[in-house]
Design a protein around this ligand. Structure first.
Ligand SMILES: Cc1cc2nc3c(=O)[nH]c(=O)nc-3n(C[C@H](O)[C@H](O)[C@H](O)COP(=O)(O)OP(=O)(O)OC[C@H]3O[C@@H](n4cnc5c(N)ncnc54)[C@H](O)[C@@H]3O)c2cc1C
Length: 452
């Protein structure tokens, strides 16, 4: 338990408004996270504004021995960013972003959301590749990898990461880059929150260029044909183009996105409008920031979620049949099998260059039940788990740990593979031997692979 003296010292340092106890008026609003399945009651929620304050919280947590949860956007599927009876270190006040448009560099606070990042780049026509939902945290997304509309052209979010300011388990504030500590910088790019708390990210930004967006739907009886054609059309799509497909009870809903100056927007998106006869829909006039918040309401805070995902070569043949079959048995209308095409710049980076694992994946998929009524928990979880297992059996090596509802050593070991997992455990032993940062897809600080 945090002692009264420790809590008072934090309140004196951070400001009493920003140290929230269970009897504080905004405790219940502040303890909530994105996934409505997660309902935890921390002893204390602390909202620092500087790296020095983060360091003080880390030191207090390490001394007290109570659990420490680190929160940016609050979007962890299994609810890693909160806990019962521990400290939640809520970074959301640290959401400042500065963009240097000449150097094409963004300095991003460890508590910023993707919408903050997109809005900061937009006036300059610049982007850092990241996710598709604006209320997702840049913190958790980046440390796991980060994939989105521009990833085939520009890489994962971590491929644009230049350096971070990190608060270590000892409370030191250090700058980490490939030059200063290549092993730690390797682990931070895909190893999640295991190695410290990032209070600032420095990203390279890129010229977005004009965008073309097409949105088309195909009914359930044409789902298999649409997925097979999507696989074929994706095979020949330029890397300036990517596609997201949601397969649900109501069919296959495809968004084709193109960006950049190669002049291929119309020609590369067009095939996705004729995947199984003409799709219903067409090109939509939008800008990037608006597109990035298109899914915000459907996949909003407080609904109930589960996810299990993996990488596929392409969604054709038996995989298309399986996806269509799963969608026909979806437990609610919003439940989905989500897929995004990857490859391109993501696969240009060597598999062992970063901790992120699965750069060879042609597509990333996630089986995601979405529901509202707790009475539906069992059947929605069952659909997500069994459906995820069926697609996993058809999938490639590696996994994206940022979007997994399941947790535990075997989940991490399967995702990273034995060699990377061992390297990560050694890095963890150096950076966090006491496993202070354990509320995450945890890498236990053991030097070997012997199960505990
Ligand atoms: C609606 C939704 C849409 C998504 N879309 C995409 C997408 O398009 N592309 C994609 O790649 N991923 C996507 N994801 C997955 C997303 O990357 C993960 O859920 C990620 O963990 C979210 O980060 P967060 O900061 O919001 O989460 P939080 O729950 O706040 O944090 C999760 C964990 O990350 C760590 N963490 C967070 N911030 C820091 C920090 N500053 N320093 C150290 N550790 C930190 C902590 O261990 C924490 O427990 C999506 C998730 C959701 C829920």
């Amino acid at each position: 338990m945090v002692t009264f003296e420790q809590a008072k010292a934090l309140a004196d340092l951070i400001g009493s408004d920003h140290v929230i106890f269970p009897d504080s008026p905004d405790y219940h609003a502040r303890r909530k996270v994105w996934n409505g399945m997660i309902d935890r009651h921390p002893a204390l929620i602390v909202r620092p504004a500087t790296a020095a304050q983060v360091s003080a919280v880390v030191t207090a947590a390490a001394r007290s021995g109570i659990p420490l949860a680190v929160r940016c956007g609050g979007h962890s599927f299994p609810g890693f960013s909160t806990c019962d009876d521990g400290i939640v270190l809520d970074l959301t006040r640290m959401n400042q972003i500065t963009v240097d448009p000449e150097a094409r560099i963004a300095e991003v606070g460890g508590g910023a959301l993707l919408g903050d990042l997109d809005r900061a780049g937009a006036p300059h026509g610049l982007v850092t590749p990241a996710g598709l939902v604006s209320h997702t945290g840049a913190g958790g997304l980046t440390l796991g990898g980060g994939m989105g509309w521009t990833s085939r052209r520009l890489g994962l979010t971590i491929d644009s990461l230049l350096a971070v300011e990190l608060v270590t388990a000892e409370g030191r504030v250090i700058e980490v880059s490939n030059d200063s500590d290549p092993d730690l910088f390797w682990g931070l790019r895909g190893g999640g929150g295991n190695f410290g708390i990032v209070t600032k990210f420095r990203f390279r930004m890129h010229r977005l260029g004009p965008i073309t967006v097409g949105v088309w739907s195909y009914p359930p009886d044409r789902a298999v044909q649409a997925l097979n054609s999507l696989a074929a059309a994706s095979d020949v799509a330029p890397r300036s183009q990517t596609t997201v497909a949601l397969t649900t009870l109501s069919g296959v809903h495809v968004t084709a996105f193109h960006s950049g100056d190669d002049g291929m927007g119309a020609s590369s998106t067009a095939p996705f409008g004729h995947l199984a006869g003409p799709g219903e829909g067409g090109l939509v006039a939008t800008d990037y920031v608006t597109l990035q918040s298109r899914g915000d309401d459907r996949i909003c805070w407080g609904r109930r979620y589960y996810g299990r995902g993996g990488f596929l070569a392409k969604p054709d043949g038996a995989i298309a049949e399986t996806i269509a079959e799963l969608a026909r048995s979806a437990p609610t209308p919003d439940s989905e099998i989500y897929m995004i095409q990857l490859g391109g710049a993501v696969s240009d980076v060597a598999e062992d260059a970063t901790a992120y694992s699965g750069r060879g994946g042609g597509f990333y998929w996630i089986v995601q039940p979405i529901w509202d009524d707790p009475a539906d928990d069992a059947r929605c979880l069952d659909w997500g788990r069994k459906g995820g297992a069926r697609l996993a059996a058809l999938s490639q090596a590696g996994n994206y740990l940022n979007e997994q509802g399941e947790t535990g050593r075997d989940v991490a070991l399967q995702a990273y593979g034995a060699a990377k997992f061992e390297r990560l455990t050694r890095l963890k032993a150096r950076m966090d031997p006491g496993n202070l940062f354990r509320l995450n897809q945890n890498i236990a600080p053991a030097p070997g692979l012997t199960p505990a």
